[in-house]
Design a protein. Sequence first.
Length: 367
Amino acid sequence: MPSSSRRPARPLAWMIVGAACLIVGTLIVTGVSAATGLRSPAATRVTAAPIAHVAGAGSASVGEPDQCIVKFAGPDIRVGSEQQLIGTLYDGLPIPTRGGEVFTGWYRTAAGAASVDQLDRVNGAQVVACPMGSETLYGGWMTSAAVAAQNVGVPILMYHQFTENPAGNNGRLKANYDYIGAFQDNVAYLSQKRFYLPTWDELSAFIDGKLYLPHHSVIVTDDDADPTWETMGVPIVTRYKVLTTSFVITRYRQAPSPSVYVMQRSHTNDMHSAGADGKGKMVNFTVPQIVSDLDTSVQILGGARQVLAYPMGDFNATAEQGLREAGFEMAVTTQHGYVHAGTAKLELPRMRMSYGMTQQQFIDIVG
């Protein structure tokens, strides 16, 4: 999930400090004007502002203009309210637990939670609107047996580069260059059919058996952050509001995310090339070398450590240990398959999307 600039609730002391600074500033301006015999234009413009709007003010119950107070309700839901930043994706919505049952997610209405209505569900793939300044989300539960019986498998789609040529690009990497018209058809299908787009924290909880994900859940990823991704792919996922993870080689790209619907995560800093044995550097490096590279990448990406894409798809026990020591919880591979409850988090399979795949083949993959 993209990191958020959500600001925590601030204590009353900050409100007092803010008001005091405003009063002191007024007295200083007035004193200077009196000493010089001049009427200060600034002094005539100083007005009292509502305390909730003074920089540094705010509380858990009174939101700032760009904040939404989110409250949580439902059977056996014991989660305190929190602030979310309006105009950004919901960030880090809680995933409560209850013995013997699985959390089914957050919903706009109590009825939606009771019926586990996928179209009513809210998560970090959606932008916070909150026109009233506060809202209540409703949670629900399902038995572990009922969740297991559904046997949900989540496809993680893997794209690379794009081309505007329907005949494709020539060269050994032709399969990597998906025709942009086909990509648009893929994304439009996900949007029109209202697929559920889990965040990485949701996928982790799903793997642990703590969160229910519905059939028709899918995660969209793009590797390398190639220029064709930003110029061709990003406008499409933005237009259709489809959350996508862009795995960035930070040696070559340091720019911030190009869209609110694009989460940038690490594809390492400088391990996306061959090592001594012809395989990726990551399976040639020592654990300290891996950790050093990942720390650099994470710093460039603003601290996001949750998930990584193995460069060139190569990994081994040393690479996995390096990820653990660098603080990563999950990693995606180039191996073919779906993610199920219990899937190894550092060996997540994906579904490669290659040039020449038909729309029907795509539908067969995602459902």
